[in-house]
Design a protein around this ligand. Structure first.
Ligand SMILES: O=C(O)CCC(=O)C(=O)O
Ligand SMILES: [Fe+2]
Length: 311
């Protein structure tokens, strides 16, 4: 039997922006998780990203560790405790490579890029840079639709220095196909919601991603996110939930290991570090005042990190 996707599908090729914005609004209020189709990023390029990702993760651990993560760039090995998970009691079974902002966001120093060596992976850097830029522009299109969906000007998120030095980065992920021998329940990614504004995700089609639509209920109900070829899966992060006074929801999700090797790429898009996030006007009223004080985006992200990891 063919599985039917349960999450809403947003079609970016529709010329009717207002109706797309309306569908997006519903999707963000009801689910915080949706598919985006006809986004303009060629499947060929996405395929190339997975190919390059596979080549990198197949290198000997020793070579990968030479690019060990510093800030938002580089490699972290399996079971590295670095998941934005509020609930994980143990580490996740996944390897990660972070491609940080292409341009430096601090403006104080040059970006400290970490790229695999040209001799070993000659097409890596060009592939990742091209994908980064394309997904970034899809992210910006989504944010302009989100602005319309919130009765704001289309350029609300682009203007006022919210996105000229954004904290945008790619996270390449590989979940192993084999389970450990310990008998313990090991997750690919344990239950979490993303910290920031929005996340765009694409996978190689191997199942495993699940969402819990109601995080307030004690008994968690997990639903599989069915793969749609070529679609991005987009989710609202905690910062956007706060910015919209909880009108939009950031949804808990996790990745289960399926016995098959899963590759995915997540693109996290957050505003400039020094942008002050405060309740959007159309999301509060006298009867529904702002629930959170204004906060600098960079401080918010740091605070979240501390809450999760205690440092
Ligand atoms: O790999 C996936 O499908 C999900 C990854 C994820 O949720 C994350 O990196 O925050
Ligand atoms: Fe996530």
């Amino acid at each position: 039997m063919k599985e039917v996707p349960k999450l809403p599908i947003i079609d970016l090729s529709s010329p009717d922006l207002l109706s797309t914005a309306n569908s997006l609004r519903q999707a963000c209020i009801e689910y915080g998780f949706f598919y985006v189709v006809n986004h303009g990023v060629e499947e060929e390029l996405t395929g190339k990203v997975f190919e390059e990702s596979n080549k990198f993760f197949s290198l000997p651990l020793e070579d990968k560790m030479k690019l060990f993560r510093k800030e938002d760039r580089g490699y972290t090995p399996l079971f590295w405790r670095d998941t934005p998970s509020l609930l994980c009691s143990q580490s996740d079974s996944k390897e990660i490579f972070y491609v940080g902002p292409l341009e430096d966001i601090s403006m104080v120093r040059e970006p400290q890029h970490k790229w695999p060596s040209q001799e070993i992976l000659p097409s890596w850097r060009a592939t990742m840079e091209s994908f980064y830029k394309k997904v970034f522009s899809v992210g910006k299109r989504l944010l302009s639709l989100i602005a319309l969906a919130l009765d704001l000007n289309e350029d609300y998120f682009e203007k006022a220095r919210k996105l000229d030095r954004p904290t945008a980065f790619l996270r390449l992920l590989r979940y192993p196909g084999r389970f450990g021998d310990s008998g313990e329940e090991i997750y690919g990614a344990s239950a979490h919601s993303d910290y920031g504004m929005i996340t765009l995700l694409v996978s190689n089609g191997v199942r495993g991603l699940q969402v819990c639509r109601d995080k307030s209920k004690e008994a968690r109900v997990w639903e599989d996110v069915v793969h749609i070829n070529g679609a991005f899966i987009v989710n609202i992060g905690d910062m956007m939930e706060r910015w919209t006074n909880c009108l939009f929801r950031s949804t808990l999700h996790r990745v289960m290991l399926s016995g098959q090797e899963r590759y995915s790429v997540a693109f996290f898009l957050d505003p400039n570090e020094d942008y002050v996030v405060q309740c959007i006007e159309s999301c509060c009223s006298e009867s529904s005042p702002p629930r959170f004080p204004p906060i600098r985006s960079g401080d918010y992200l740091k605070e979240h990190f501390k809450l999760t990891f205690g440092s």
